[in-house]
Design a protein around this ligand. Structure first.
Ligand code: MG
Length: 232
């Protein structure tokens, strides 16, 4: 069994640090009128967010400009989230990760729109060791152009196969996430989805989008664990 966690607003809430870091970097590089409030971010892939930020600010989305914004983002989020442990994970997250880590036959993974480097910085800032996740599929994992979150679940299954030598049926994997994007990519791959209402979408809305189960947050460790380990 594989449990794949989204990062932002599912495991952690860094109170808008990511977007503040992007705005600060954008202003320093492209000028003081650089704005982030016209660009959708929740549940989206970092490569697409950075591309749209450039376009929405009238900046050409060349590889060079994307690279400059990405480097500036990494630099600033490192400053904003210093020192590690300065932010908190969302309710119940450490307890759930600890409980799942102790269950034989369960592998923990990440499936997130974040870039790997900045995703790890965010997790560490919230006291979560990225090393507890045996596999990780990051926002730039898709080789498609344009990339989509829907491309990521099959990458998680192939990472599982590489690591264990065994193929996992998709319905033995669960994606835990806070947006309709998380739900959609799970359903598109035949995985189960646990919706968490700790982001911009309440649990009921995630259920309406097709999440097999949705909870307000992850604080009911036994209840969440029971559902994750059960037949669904
Ligand atoms: Mg999220």
């Amino acid at each position: 069994m594989l449990v794949l966690f989204d990062i932002d607003s599912t495991l952690i809430n860094t109170t808008g640090s990511g977007i503040r870091a992007l705005e600060s970097a954008g202003r320093a590089i492209f000028g003081p009128s650089f704005r982030t409030d016209r660009t959708e971010v929740a549940g989206r892939l970092d490569p697409l967010i950075l591309r749209d930020l450039l376009r929405d600010n009238g900046v050409e989305d060349t590889a060079e400009n994307l690279g400059r914004l990405r480097a500036g983002y990494r630099e600033r989020i490192t400053e904003i989230l210093r020192p590690p442990g300065s932010e908190r994970p969302l309710p119940g997250v450490p307890e759930l990760l600890l409980a799942l880590s102790g269950v034989k036959g369960v592998m923990l993974g990440l499936l997130t729109g974040n870039f790997a480097d900045t995703g790890r910085i965010k997790l560490r800032a919230c006291g979560i060791d990225p090393g507890v996740f045996a596999i990780a599929v990051w926002g730039d994992g898709s080789s498609h152009d344009p990339p989509s979150r829907d491309h990521l679940p099959p990458l998680a299954l192939s990472a599982y196969r590489q690591r264990t030598g065994v193929s996992l049926p998709p319905d033995r994997a669960t994606i835990v996430g806070d947006t309709p994007h998380d739900v959609r990519c799970a359903l598109a791959s035949g995985m189960r989805c646990l919706g968490v209402g700790t982001g911009s979408y309440p649990a009921e809305e995630l259920s309406r989008c097709g999440a097999h189960r949705a909870v307000a947050d992850l604080s009911d460790t036994d209840g969440v664990l029971g559902w994750l380990l059960g037949p669904g």
